[in-house]
Design a protein around this ligand. Structure first.
Ligand SMILES: Nc1ncnc2c1ncn2[C@@H]1O[C@H](COP(=O)(O)OP(=O)(O)OP(=O)(O)O)[C@@H](O)[C@H]1O
Length: 722
C-alpha cells in the first residue's frame, strides 16, 4: 500500500467528518439563538402569526441536530470519535455510520446512528450475503481527527475502482493493548452479536457463551440500542445494569457514555439494595458462609427472625381502667401477634397491633365498667402502662438491627432449626459476631437485608422514628403524648407501596454468580421489567450452578424467552484458551467452549516456585509480563495469599507500576488484562466454592500472555492438562 493512497483516503474521510462537526456547531449556535430570542419570537409578538411560524420553523429544522449536539457533549467528554464507519453500496450510495445520527439543514443524513435500521448492513453484511454493500470501511478517529482506516471488501464484482486499505478492523481492534477500562466495540460488532443487541425488548433475552465472547460488551450495546429504539419507555422507566463488583462497574462505566448514553443506572450486586438500606462496603464472606447466605434456605430463617419477638418483650399486659385491672396473657398476646402479622408487615403493623390489643381488652372488660367503646379505647390508650407496653412489644425494627440479632448463637441456632445444620448456623452467627461496625455488611448480606426490608416494611421517615414518648427530655416533666394523639398524627402509609426503586429494563451480567437470594432482590426492582441476562455457568463461583439456574427459571416464569449464544472468543489467544479449556472440562464437562479468534504463537508458561520463595517469583513473573505486553498486567491470587503477593510487589522500594493489579479470581470476574500471572492455582481451586471453575476464570483473563506459578512440586490442577 502506497503511503500516498492512504493519505488520500484519509483526507477524503476527514473532509466528511469536518462537515459533520461544522453542522453540529451550527446547530448548537442556532439552538442557542432560539433559546435567547425565544421570548421575543413567541411572546412579544404573540399576535404575529408570521413570526410564530418563523420561530417554529427554525426550531423544527434544527431540533434533530441540536439533540445530536447535546449528546455530542457527552461524547466529547469521552474523547471518542463521532463517525466510525462508511458503507459504499452497489447503487453508488455512501452511508456514514456514527455513535449518533446527524442531518444537514435539508434533513439529509450526514451520519446514521449505529442503532438505526439503515446501519444494520454495517454489522451484518458478509461476502456470502453482502446486503448491497461493496465496501465496509471502519474509520479510527481521535476526537474530530481521522487517524486510521480499515476496509473489508464484501462484493468483489461491484468493487470497480474502490480502494481497499488496512488488514481488517476486527483484528486491528483485538490486538490493541488494553487500558484500565472497557471500550465500546461499536465499529466492529459481529453479526451474531448484532442479533442479540437488536433483539426485541420484551420478556427475557438470555445471552450465553464462554469467556471473552463479548457477552458484557454486547449487553451494554443492547442497553444503548433499547434506549435508542424505545427512548420514552426506557428513559422514563429506567435501565439498571448489574455486575459482580464495584471494580467491574468501574471497568465498564465508560462504555455507555462513549455510545452517547448516560441515563443508565450501574450497580454492583452488593449495592443494588442501597435504595432501601445503608450499604457502604463490599466485603465478601468466605466461600462456606457466602453459600449459606445465598441459599434459598435463608428465606425460612429470615421469616422466623421477623416473627421472633424483640428482646425483653413483655409477657403480659396489665392496664387499669376506672380501678379495674385488665390483663392479657402470653398466649393471647402471641395469638394477636400472629394475627396482625398475617395481614401487616411488622413496621406498618403497629397501629393494627394496638387496635387488636384494645379489642382484646374490650372483650375482657368487667360488666360493671360503665364506658362506651370510644371512651374505653381512649382511656386505655392514654395509660402509661399501655403506651410503654406497646413500644416494647411492637417496636419498629430496621433490617440492619434485625439481621444483627443473628450474632447471638442461641438465637441463630433456634431460628435455623431443621433448615441449616448446627454447624452452618454457628458459622452464620459467627459472621455477624465478627463484624467491624454497624455498617460492615458483606455482599451476601445485602440480599438478606433487602429480604428483611421487604418482610418488615420500611421504617417510617426519620423524623417520625424520633418521636419520643416524652415531649421533653427532662424526665421530671413527664408530659405524655397519648397513643391516640400519636395515631392521629401518624402519616398515612400506603401498605402496598414498594420501597424499592423499580426499573423498566434490568440487565444482569455474570448471572451465573447471582445467588437465589440475590435473584429475589433483583426481582423486587423489576416486577414489570424486561430483562437481559448474561452469563456462563462454566465460570460459576456457586457450588451448585443448577440451584441458581432454578432461581432464574422461577423468575422467568411464563414470560417470553429469547436465547443467544456467542461462539467466538475475542479476548484470549488460542494458546491460552486451549489450556484453560482443558482445566474446565474436568470440572464441568458441559462447558460451552468458544473458538478463539486469534493466535499469538506464544504458549502459556507454567512456572514453579521450587524454593518456596513466593515474593521473588511473583516479582520476576510480573517483570516478564510487563516487558512482554504494552497494557495491563493482572496478578490473580487466592484470597489467603492476596496480601503477601501485594506486599511482595510493594516492598521493592519503588512505586508499583500502575499497569499492575492484584486481585482474587472472584474480583477478576468479567475483567481482562494483557498479561496475567496466576499465583498458586491449587489454592485458588481450594479456596473458592466454584473450585476448578474459579481457576478457569483466572486462566481466561489474558488478552496476550499467561504465566502460572505453582508453590508445590506436584500441583493437582496440572493433572487436568494431560
Ligand atoms: N466485536 C468485537 N470487536 C472488538 N472487540 C470485541 C468484540 N467482541 C468482543 N470484543 C472484546 O473482547 C473482550 C471480551 O469481551 P467481554 O468482556 O464482553 O466478554 P465476556 O463474554 O463478557 O467475557 P467473560 O465471560 O470472561 O466475562 C473485550 O475486550 C471486548 O471489547
Amino acid at each position: 500500500m502506497k503511503q500516498s493512497t492512504l493519505e488520500h483516503e484519509l483526507a477524503i474521510e476527514q473532509a466528511h467528518v469536518d462537515l459533520v462537526y461544522a453542522r453540529l456547531d451550527e446547530a448548537t449556535r442556532s439552538a442557542q439563538q432560539v433559546a435567547n430570542e425565544g421570548a421575543k419570537l413567541y411572546h412579544s409578538e404573540r399576535d404575529s402569526f408570521v413570526r410564530e411560524e418563523d420561530g417554529t420553523g427554525l426550531f423544527e429544522r434544527d431540533v434533530f441536530a441540536y439533540q445530536a449536539a447535546k449528546r455530542l457533549a457527552v461524547l466529547d467528554a469521552e474523547h471518542e470519535g463521532l463517525v466510525f464507519g462508511r458503507l459504499d453500496r452497489t447503487d453508488g450510495e455512501i452511508r456514514y455510520v456514527g455513535r449518533i445520527g446527524v442531518r444537514d439543514a435539508e434533513y439529509e443524513p450526514l451520519v446514521i446512528d449505529w442503532r438505526a435500521p439503515a446501519a444494520e448492513p454495517f454489522y451484518r453484511a458478509t461476502p456470502a450475503n453482502p446486503m448491497q454493500v461493496v465496501r465496509r470501511r471502519v474509520l479510527r478517529c481521535s476526537g474530530d481527527r481521522v487517524i486510521g482506516i480499515e476496509d473489508d471488501l464484501l462484493d468483489d464484482g461491484s468493487a470497480a475502482d474502490l480502494v481497499v486499505v488496512g488488514e481488517g478492523a476486527l483484528m486491528a481492534a483485538l490486538s490493541r493493548a488494553r487500558g484500565p477500562q472497557m471500550r465500546d466495540i461499536v465499529a466492529t460488532i459481529q453479526a451474531e452479536q448484532d442479533d442479540a443487541i437488536r433483539a426485541p425488548w420484551q420478556g427475557f433475552t438470555l445471552i450465553s457463551g464462554g469467556p471473552g465472547t463479548g457477552k458484557t460488551v454486547v449487553a451494554l450495546h443492547r442497553a444503548a440500542f433499547l434506549l435508542y429504539t424505545h427512548r420514552r419507555r426506557f428513559e422514563n422507566g429506567g435501565v439498571l445494569v448489574v455486575g459482580p463488583s464495584q471494580v467491574f462497574m468501574n471497568y465498564i462505566e465508560r462504555v455507555l457514555p462513549s455510545l452517547g448514553e448516560d441515563a443508565v443506572t450501574l450497580r454492583s450486586v452488593g449495592t443494588v439494595a442501597s435504595d432501601v438500606v445503608d450499604l457502604r462496603g463490599e466485603r465478601t464472606d468466605d466461600a462456606t458462609v457466602a453459600t449459606i447466605k445465598g441459599s434459598l434456605r435463608m428465606v425460612a430463617v429470615l421469616k422466623r427472625l421477623v416473627n421472633e419477638p424483640w428482646q425483653d418483650v413483655p409477657l403480659e399486659l396489665f392496664v387499669s381502667v376506672q380501678g379495674h385491672v385488665l390483663r392479657l396473657g402470653a398466649g393471647e398476646l402471641a395469638r394477636i401477634r400472629t394475627d396482625v402479622l398475617a395481614h401487616n408487615k411488622l413496621n406498618a403493623g403497629r397501629e393494627a397491633a394496638e387496635r387488636a390489643l384494645l379489642n382484646a381488652l374490650w372483650r375482657k372488660r368487667p360488666v360493671e365498667l360503665d364506658l362506651e367503646r370510644d371512651d374505653f379505647d381512649e382511656r386505655v390508650a392514654d395509660t402509661a402502662q399501655f403506651a410503654v407496653f406497646a413500644n416494647a412489644w411492637w417496636p419498629r425494627v430496621s433490617a440492619a438491627d434485625a439481621l444483627a440479632r443473628l450474632a447471638s448463637p442461641t438465637l441463630a441456632a433456634r431460628l435455623s432449626e431443621h433448615v441449616l445444620s448446627a454447624d452452618e448456623a454457628e458459622q452464620l452467627s459467627a459472621s455477624y459476631r465478627n463484624r467491624r461496625g454497624a455498617h460492615d455488611w458483606t455482599i451476601a448480606d445485602a440480599a438478606l437485608l433487602d429480604e428483611l426490608v421487604h418482610r418488615l416494611g420500611p421504617l417510617p421517615e426519620p423524623e417520625e422514628r424520633e418521636v419520643s414518648l416524652f415531649l421533653d427530655d427532662d424526665a421530671s416533666v413527664s408530659e405524655l403524648v397519648t397513643t391516640m394523639e400519636r395515631l392521629e398524627t401518624k402519616r398515612e402509609v400506603d401498605p402496598f407501596a414498594t420501597p424499592h426503586q423499580t426499573y423498566a429494563h434490568i440487565l444482569v451480567d455474570e448471572a451465573q454468580d447471582i445467588t437465589p437470594m440475590q435473584w429475589r432482590m433483583l426481582r423486587r426492582r423489576g416486577s414489570s421489567a424486561s430483562w437481559t441476562v448474561v452469563g456462563d455457568p462454566a465460570q460459576s463461583s456457586w457450588p451448585d450452578p443448577r440451584e441458581t439456574d432454578r432461581a432464574l427459571r422461577e423468575l422467568i416464569g411464563t414470560a417470553p424467552v429469547r436465547r443467544f449464544r456467542m461462539s467466538t472468543n475475542y479476548r484470549s489467544p488460542a494458546e491460552v484458551f486451549d489450556l484453560a479449556a482443558k482445566v474446565v472440562v474436568h470440572a464441568y464437562p458441559d462447558a460451552d467452549l468458544p473458538v478463539a479468534v486469534r493466535s499469538t504463537g506464544v504458549l502459556p508458561e507454567l512456572r514453579t516456585a521450587l524454593d518456596g520463595d513466593l515474593a521473588t517469583d511473583v516479582r520476576s513473573g510480573v517483570a516478564d509480563l510487563l516487558a512482554a505486553v504494552e497494557g495491563t498486567v493482572g496478578v490473580v491470587a487466592p484470597p489467603s495469599l492476596l496480601a503477601s503477593v501485594a506486599q511482595a510487589l510493594d516492598e521493592t522500594g519503588e512505586d508499583r507500576d500502575p499497569r499492575v493489579l492484584v486481585v482474587t479470581a472472584l474480583q477478576a470476574k468479567g475483567l481482562e488484562y494483557d498479561g496475567v500471572l496466576v499465583v498458586d492455582p491449587d489454592a485458588i481451586v481450594a479456596e473458592s466454592a466454584g473450585g476448578l471453575r474459579s481457576l478457569y476464570v483466572a486462566l481466561t483473563r489474558p488478552t496476550q500472555r499467561l504465566i502460572t506459578l505453582d508453590l508445590g512440586r506436584d500441583p493437582a490442577w496440572r493433572k487436568n492438562l494431560v
